[in-house]
Design a protein around this ligand. Structure first.
Ligand code: FAD
Length: 378
């Protein structure tokens, strides 16, 4: 019998070997390797179509890594190895990938919680809301969480923030500069998102760039492949027992063409943060008040792990303690994507393949040690 989901109380129930939560690039990469195994598996994703966080990127977003360094296992993105794919092309690639490799994704399903089923042979029970708003449960011997960070944008707190009458928007929800035409805008955040959004908003608005410290710009001839090269050097050093070189800083700014162009216009100058908000603007450290219409927060993300809280594995820093991709406290739980803490470059298109492969190798070893449950639950 094939695995099934169940309405609470219904029967029989047969667990999946592996349930993957999240159908972005990380979930797809895990699915790619799982299809080469005999393990039954299902991906649950809360979006209405393939693409994960790329569905929500801004319109002009382009990869900062060329296709050769931005592809999932199995097939390179279109456009030639040195081409920098657009957001639309990245979305098309992820859709194609999911279809081509027949990765079984059910969407939209929002998984609200994962817990122990209370029945050893059923393993975990994941509860979620499906496309019809119905609550359903899925059982699985092992869970891979691949929910990314997009749905958990981080906005720092400033005094007076709630009284500020202007617009506040996180980069997670920024689409295009159109809404900011003619406005006085603060762009807050010194990473790649901040630099790229500043570059285009500054063409139509009066902008000030606010960063905690002076931004670091990579040399013009270095692109996103540098991040992966650094990650590979660290991975090899660790495998060979040598001290790893320092990690690449993902916040260092890659000089993509729009950012270079903004530099030519002289807008890449950053100032240190303001002290507080007023209803109409902000107060700077020298006491000067400035009227501001909008703030775009390019201040990063936290892992989206609310669904794992019931398992008691989410630490105070918002992460799960892992060895490789495997949870230390919950040995049947793996985490793929998210950031360097789940594997070198595992939050990048090319890097996630390595994390996904090692995860599936571990899943195969772990689940093979135990016979599949063959009884049905009445
Ligand atoms: P996601 O794409 O976020 O996928 C996770 C999926 O899980 C989503 O569909 C999400 O909605 C879903 N989900 C979340 N919670 C639940 C739940 N409870 N139940 C069900 N589903 C859930 N990488 C590169 O390699 N090259 C680049 O040039 C590059 N540029 C980037 C530019 C920006 C601005 C950003 C933010 C990132 C960039 N990255 C780049 C990094 C990386 O490729 C993306 O962040 C990527 O989306 C991460 O994929 P993921 O699968 O881990 O997470």
């Amino acid at each position: 019998m094939s695995p099934s989901s169940a309405e609470p109380g219904s029967s029989p129930v047969h667990p999946w070997d592996v349930l993957i939560i999240g159908g972005g690039q990380a979930g797809l990469a895990v699915g790619f390797y799982l299809r080469r195994t005999s393990l039954s598996h299902l991906v649950l994703d809360n979006q209405i179509e393939p693409g994960g966080a790329w569905l929500h990127g801004w319109e002009s977003l382009r990869l900062f890594s060329p296709a050769r360094f931005s592809s999932l296992p199995g097939r390179m993105m279109e456009g030639g190895p040195d081409y920098y794919p657009s957001r639309a092309e990245t979305l098309a690639y992820l859709r194609w990938y999911e279809e081509r490799y027949e990765i079984p994704v059910e969407r939209p399903v929002e998984v609200t919680g994962v817990e122990h089923s209370g029945d050893g042979s059923l393993g975990f029970k994941a509860t979620g809301r499906d496309a019809h708003g119905s609550t359903r449960s899925w059982y699985a011997r092992a869970v891979v969480s691949a929910t990314g960070t997009w749905s958990h944008p981080v906005i720092p707190e400033y005094p007076g923030q709630d009284d500020f009458q202007g617009t506040q928007l996180h980069s997670a929800h920024y689409r295009s500069p159109d809404a900011f035409k003619g406005l006085r805008v603060l762009v807050v955040g010194g990473g790649n998102s901040g630099a790229q959004i500043l570059a285009e908003v500054s063409r139509v608005a009066q902008t000030t760039w606010v960063t905690l410290k002076e931004p670091v710009f990579l040399p013009d001839d270095i692109d996103g492949r540098y991040i992966f090269d650094q990650a590979t050097l660290r991975y090899q050093a660790q495998k060979e027992g040598r001290p790893p070189p320092p990690p690449a800083n993902l916040g260092d700014i890659v000089m993509v063409p729009p950012v270079k162009e903004a530099r030519e216009r002289g807008v890449l100058r950053a100032v240190r943060p303001f002290l507080r908000f007023t209803p109409g603007g902000v107060v700077w450290p020298d006491g000067r008040q400035e009227e501001i219409d909008a703030v775009i927060w390019c201040t990063g993300f936290q892992p989206a792990l609310d669904h794992l809280h019931a398992l008691g594995v989410v630490e105070s820093d918002g992460r799960v303690q892992t060895k490789g991709t495997r949870s230390v406290r919950e040995p049947r739980l793996w985490l793929v994507g998210y950031g360097g803490w789940t594997g070198f470059a595992s939050a990048t298109l090319i890097g996630v393949g390595r994390s996904a492969r090692s995860t599936v190798e571990e899943l195969e070893r772990e689940l093979a040690m135990e016979p599949k449950p063959d009884r049905e639950r009445g």
